[in-house]
Design a protein. Sequence first.
Length: 344
Amino acid sequence: MFLPTLHKRVRHESIRRLIVAGLLLLLVLVTGTAGYVLVEGWSVLDALYMTVITVTTIGYKEVHDLDVAGRIFTICIALVGVGTAAYGLSSFVSLIVSGEFTAVLRGQQMQHELSSLRDHIIICGGGKTGLGALQELLASDERVIVVEKDAAICETLWQRNLNALNDDATQQSALEKARVQFAKGLITTLPSDADNVFVTLTARELAPQLVIVTRAAQQTNESKLLRAGANRIVRVDEVGGRHMANIMLRPEAIRFIDKLTGINNRTVGLREIDIMPGCDWEGKTLAQEEIRQKNALNVVAIRRAGGELLINPGPHTLMHAGDVLIVFGDVVTADDINTRFTHK
């Protein structure tokens, strides 16, 4: 997580008040100690002790008897020092009561988490499309950071303990703060196609292996996004319109698709299993591994390493290194198998 601009100002103002109060208090202590040494001729320790009990209003007996000059000096120290201590205390209490102190601590935690982000997904834009993508990614236990200019949106995400960077995603510095070089994917959902092109181009230069999915408002801009380095392009309005029409025309088919994708049930849905070199399933058929019987997973398609897509493969279909199995069933089981294969 990362502090929004609003919280940065709050944090800086709060810290500034505490620093001012601390410096004033230090000045009072130094002045008081020096004054007692010069006026009364006391040792530094006695002078410091006298200054502290005066400023804090503890009221212990004086270290030594005071003459007239010492009493006048003590009055001055008491008036200035007690006021300074009260200012510092009130600033600290205000910091806690207003929640700013928690914000400061939480901000430090955010900075630490941000510095350790790896294999995460960056969402550029915290609008409805971006937040929809965020919800789906979080449901799949992905590490996500949202880059958004609107401080209010960042505030909402921050209150939910989600990673949010209050910055302009079209700026290279913002993507670097989001650790794009260490990310595995980027989704850009900015309203302007030109901004999405710029984000895509910048991200591709910073992270050549990054998977980039971008939103496009106009079909005519798809070629520009592809040239900029986007892997996939989604025309959100068109997809939404087609989905609504299909719900009207083919409601049961759409309910089934929603079931497949896990929209209404997060425990069951479509998942991908990468057949990595040396994994248990390489070189075997679907029937030999008894994937459905042993794992309750149905292989609905196989994407070959060369790009060929096999729909509803038969039981004697061989699995080769580089294939991607598209399975339907328990998502936890599928994710566990894929993790085991990819980390073997």
